[in-house]
Design a protein around this ligand. Structure first.
Ligand code: PLP
Length: 207
């Protein structure tokens, strides 16, 4: 089914956080698309609403199978059904993971400049933030591995949240960079939470 990505749809006066701003501002600060949702998704939602009863539901195998198929076809990754936990969003998932893996007073490492909600989510969960700032050089951001090693070695450091592709710097971490992160974190018993919400925006696999 074709989708018209050129159609301009006004979202003003729809309680949109993004568009509730003065008319001379073009809001580009939030990952909130202005394309219409895919027709198949709208159709499925309309059919569901038309049924008219919204009681407790099971999660059918179709749900898991479509996720497994997507990751296999798009990213060559084989997922097991048991690894998938349905949740309402990335931030609630990060909160749940942090609360189950760390204790109050523990430190969570992040790699700024990074998605601002990582900060509030970590502090709202009662954890401390340690910043492993990215290095900006000649128009490209890279990871400061020496600093990461130093901060991961702190016994209070329990978790590292990585963003891949990284919001906002746009880097897709290479296999070597990911292996380097894994090596450091394994050595210091730091668990990596990998936020890959933007992974479908990758047009090639980095070498
Ligand atoms: C890296 C990253 N993680 C998480 C989110 C938010 O995800 P959710 O709305 O599912 O909590 C965003 C939204 O911009 C994001 O850029």
């Amino acid at each position: 089914m074709n989708q018209n990505f050129d159609e301009i749809i006004s979202r003003r006066n729809t309680h949109s956080i993004k568009w509730n701003t003065s008319p001379d501002i073009l809001p580009m600060w939030i990952a909130d698309m202005d394309f219409k949702t895919a027709p198949k998704i709208i159709e499925a939602l309309q059919n569901r609403v038309a049924h008219g009863i919204f009681g407790y539901t099971e999660t059918p195998d179709e749900f898991y199978n479509s996720i497994i198929k997507w990751w296999k076809n798009k990213h060559g990754l084989s997922l097991e059904k048991e690894w998938i936990v349905p949740i309402t969003g990335v931030i609630p998932a990060l909160s749940a993971a942090m609360l189950s893996l760390a204790e109050k007073g523990d430190t969570v490492l992040i790699q700024p400049p990074v998605y601002n909600h990582f900060y509030s989510t970590i502090t709202n969960c009662g954890f401390e933030i340690a910043e492993n700032n990215l290095i900006y050089n000649n128009g490209i951001y890279t990871i400061d591995f020496e600093d990461l090693e130093r901060k991961a070695a702190d016994p209070k450091a329990k978790l590292l949240i990585i963003s891949n592709p990284h919001n906002p710097v746009g880097r897709v971490w290479t296999k070597e960079e990911l292996l380097h992160i894994a090596l450091i974190c394994k050595k210091h018993h730091v668990i990596v939470l990998s936020d890959e919400i933007h992974s479908d925006l990758v047009f090639f696999f980095p070498s």
